[in-house]
Design a protein around this ligand. Structure first.
Ligand SMILES: Nc1ncnc2c1ncn2[C@@H]1O[C@H](COP(=O)(O)OP(=O)(O)OP(=O)(O)O)[C@@H](O)[C@H]1O
Ligand SMILES: Nc1nc2c(ncn2[C@@H]2O[C@H](COP(=O)(O)O)[C@@H](O)[C@H]2O)c(=O)[nH]1
Length: 210
């Protein structure tokens, strides 16, 4: 592929649906990579180390940060989360796009980094706050206390919506997914055009076989 891989950032308040959408995107296109974050949060039932997250203690997490191995990192809901740099850079060089499921702090840091020009950022809104809470409860993975804490922080996360390139309201999952794939397809075409089309048009105008 004649372009550098994109960094596709998904952010939302907890429970709006970004992990669900990210999983669907990976199934939709097996050329997409998912950035597996490191976290100090304990694993939920069913979560697999190295697949859903790299589960670390605080000391191991701090070592990675000190060694410059994190592209971004932040404290979210009392736990540390971060995106390991090496897999992202390898994917970019291979022309593979990477999906990030990160909070607004991670979004800001990646956009401000040297990789910022390759970012496409998408903020996912819930249709309402009661529906957000219903989804967190229905997910059945967090205690009532954790859910209350996440709901308390939801307005703070939502307040960053305008920093993103695109904002989608995830009311109907199929429709939101369709819009996400439309964004991805358009952004890919835009970058391919920037990098390869000039040479193609030159050859076309010179009467060569493009
Ligand atoms: N459009 C939708 N309609 C109804 N339920 C949905 C929709 N999108 C996602 N869900 C459900 O809402 C719950 C939360 O979704 P998900 O885990 O993807 O959220 P998240 O934004 O990744 O949360 P977190 O930030 O806590 O990881 C899941 O049970 C998921 O199946
Ligand atoms: N800044 C970062 N935020 C991250 C990263 N990985 C996940 N997250 C965000 O944390 C919350 C909670 O996630 P959960 O899995 O505990 O429900 C959510 O908003 C994620 O987007 C990361 O690497 N960096």
């Amino acid at each position: 592929m004649d372009r550098t891989g994109l960094l596709i950032i998904l952010s939302s308040p907890s429970g709006a649906g970004k992990s669900t959408l990210a999983r669907r995107l990976i199934d939709w296109d097996d050329c997409l990579s998912f950035s597996v974050s490191a976290t100090t949060r304990p694993a939920r039932p069913g979560e697999i180390d190295g697949q859903h997250y790299h589960f670390l203690d605080r000391a191991a997490f701090a070592d990675l940060v000190a060694g410059g191995e994190m592209l971004e990192h932040a404290e979210v809901f009392g736990n540390l989360y971060g995106s390991p740099r090496a897999p992202v850079e390898a994917a970019m060089e291979a022309g593979r796009d990477t999906i990030f499921d990160v909070d607004w702090q991670g979004g800001q840091q990646i956009r401000a980094s040297a990789l910022g020009p390759h970012v496409v950022s998408i903020f996912i809104l819930p249709p309402s706050l009661p529906e957000l809470e219903r989804r967190l409860i229905a997910r059945g993975q967090d205690s009532a206390e954790v859910i209350a804490g996440r709901m308390e922080k939801s307005r703070g996360e939502i307040s960053h919506w305008a920093e993103y390139d695109y904002v989608l309201v995830n009311d109907d999952l199929d429709r939101t997914f369709e819009r996400l794939t439309a964004i991805l397809t358009a952004e890919r075409l835009r970058r391919e055009r920037q990098k390869g089309l000039g040479r193609f048009v030159k050859r076309l105008m010179e009467g060569e076989q493009p």
